[in-house]
Design a protein. Structure first.
Lengths: 95, 467
């Protein structure tokens, strides 16, 4: 089977899964969920690391560096902010 | 080893699922963090020739900036922060697509350079420009949203058909450049095309978000969040990474659903939001001269009203967040509870600058969960309530929304005007984000306390203690 066919196939199935995952969300969690999924979209960090290969031109290295750095900001910042938001909920649960 | 990517994906799926329930949300985020860690470690193990200096430098710089932003940002500015972080993720995907062109051997061949289309197939030929386009629109759009959320007045230079004409022209230009780019041969020419495309997309991102009203920014941020997922998925097509495709598609789709849920909370369609309206360029701001019978009150008068009350509902809004008054509002609530008053907090789905913004703030000051009531559950109770205290909220309690026409017509509101007495704590009579007059302030049973939310509540705490 064609590689790209498989890629499109999983793209469609993953999108449907994404639709189904979010059905009922209490308004309380809208912001944390947005922030949490924003952190997940930092998955592009994997692509950025793949782009940073040895024996590249300086320009390609700069692009790769920027991609890794920006994606890392997204990942680290995103998860920490989400944790901060959710930290307050966790305290509530224990009471 | 590649199966580690599958493992990471599973962590993301269950992470997102658990993020949608209060009881499991903290655990959900933890799962997704573990998933990300697995993904990053896997790619470092699997990738054949990792350029370690570049990767390590990137992670240190990016990690430092991310850490700094997340630690330093006050709770009030979290919506802005999410917008900015999202922009960074979007542009990273665009850069991934660009970087692939620079390293692709077929495109860089000196002897017989190929085009993106001839070297691959239709899929990368579509995915490369789309990843760049969406990534850059996400970047600049998010930063305009950031600016609007921090109160900057950014309006579109054009209006009406001229505006739509300009957007359409830029869209067509983007398609033309994309087509040229994917059929051009040799990485130098392709790169030039990519930069032109990126520039067009950057301008488009700014112009598309500009006409949207400040009150709608949460929806925009949510939509752009979905876009950055889509950009990641398309970058995945470019570099042939199933992980990016799956996770990007999932985040893109779930972001879209969340956006839809948020629009529904405001009783508006997504198209209506995106075309601009509420609080946008076309809304007209009015000022104090439009009010006829404002009744002003100070903390001691409010305390006197509270003395006779047996049920009180607080309605928090953005003013609470700005003044960082979440702790003192809880102090007042506790004082009233000690006096056997029934105290509740009415949470409008879009109070503050983001849905759930108020819940996060009040949770921070340990307001018990059972005191937080959602709009549908509490709206019928206002008529049996003695005192409603509105802390820095405006549009979400504006009865003008019940009128058949007007900028916020049809938006569900908290029926605070049904209560016996309404106390509004607000710094001035300036209009809210929607930029319209609030007839509630003119009502006979409304008392206006013109002050910073924190100062006003501290005054009330003192006065109630003295009762």
């Amino acid at each position: 089977m064609d590689f790209y066919f498989l890629m499109i196939f999983i793209f469609v199935i993953a999108a449907l899964l994404g639709f189904e995952l979010i059905t009922k969300v209490p308004p309380t969690l809208h912001t944390p969920l947005m922030s949490g999924s924003n952190a997940i979209s930092g998955i592009t960090i994997v692509g950025a690391i793949m782009a940073a290969q040895e024996n590249q031109t300086v320009f390609a290295q700069i692009i790769a560096f920027l991609a890794v750095a920006l994606a890392t900001i997204n990942v680290i910042g995103g998860y920490m902010v989400t944790d901060r938001m959710l930290g307050s909920f966790k305290k509530k649960g224990k009471k | 080893m590649e199966y580690l990517y599958l493992l990471a994906t599973l962590f993301f799926v269950f992470g997102i699922k658990r993020l949608t329930a209060v009881r499991t949300c903290a655990q959900g985020n933890r799962l997704s963090e573990v998933g990300m860690l697995i993904a990053v470690v896997s790619v470092l193990l699997i990738s054949p020739s990792v350029n370690w200096p570049v990767v390590i430098a990137g992670i240190i710089v990016g990690g430092g900036v991310g850490l700094f932003l997340a630690k330093r940002t006050p709770t009030t500015q979290m919506p802005e922060l999410v917008a900015a972080l999202n922009g960074f993720g979007g542009v990273a995907s665009a850069l991934v697509a660009m970087g692939d062109v620079l390293t692709n051997e077929a495109l860089n061949s000196v002897v017989a350079p190929q085009s993106i289309y001839s070297a691959g197939s239709l899929v990368p030929a579509i995915a490369t420009p789309v990843a760049i386009l969406i990534g850059m629109v996400t970047l600049t759009g998010s930063f305009v949203a950031y600016g609007k959320l921090s109160g900057k007045n950014l309006s579109h230079p054009l209006s009406g058909s001229a505006r739509h004409g300009l957007h359409a022209a830029l869209g067509l230009a983007a398609i033309a450049v994309s087509t040229w780019m994917v059929t051009a041969e040799g990485s130098g020419t392709i790169l030039a095309g990519m930069l032109v495309l990126a520039a067009i997309a950057a301008v488009l991102g700014v112009l598309l978000v500009m006409p949207i009203g400040g009150a709608d920014m949460p929806v925009v941020v949510s939509l752009l969040n979905s876009y950055s997922g889509v950009a990641g998925a398309f970058a995945g097509f470019v570099i042939a990474s199933p992980l990016l495709v799956v996770v990007g598609a999932m985040v893109g789709a779930s972001g879209l659903i969340l956006t839809q849920i948020m629009c529904k909370a405001m009783n508006r369609s997504l198209a209506n939001v995106l075309l601009g309206g509420m609080g946008g360029d076309d809304a007209v701001a009015e000022d104090a001269r439009d009010y006829q019978s404002i009744k002003q009150a100070g903390p001691e008068e409010v305390a006197m009203v509270l003395d006779g009350a047996s049920s009180v509902i607080f309605v928090p809004g953005y003013g609470l967040a700005v003044a960082q008054a979440q702790h003192v509002v809880r102090e007042l609530a506790d004082l009233l509870i000690d006096r056997d008053v029934q105290v509740r907090f009415a949470i409008h789905p879009v109070a503050g600058r983001m849905p759930g913004h108020m819940n996060v703030l009040l949770a921070e000051s340990d307001v018990p969960y059972d005191q937080l009531w959602e709009m549908e559950r509490i709206n019928g109770d206002f008529k049996n309530t003695d005192v409603v205290i509105i802390v820095g909220a405006n549009d979400v309690v504006n009865p003008a929304a019940r009128e058949p026409t007007g900028p916020i017509a049809g938006m569900p509101i908290l029926d605070v005007d049904h209560a016996a007495t309404v106390v509004v704590i607000k710094r001035s009579l300036s209009p809210g984000y929607a930029g319209i007059k609030n007839p509630l302030f003119d009502n006979d049973n409304t008392l206006m306390v013109f002050s910073d939310a924190k100062e006003a509540l501290e005054g009330m705490v003192r006065e109630v203690k003295d009762l």
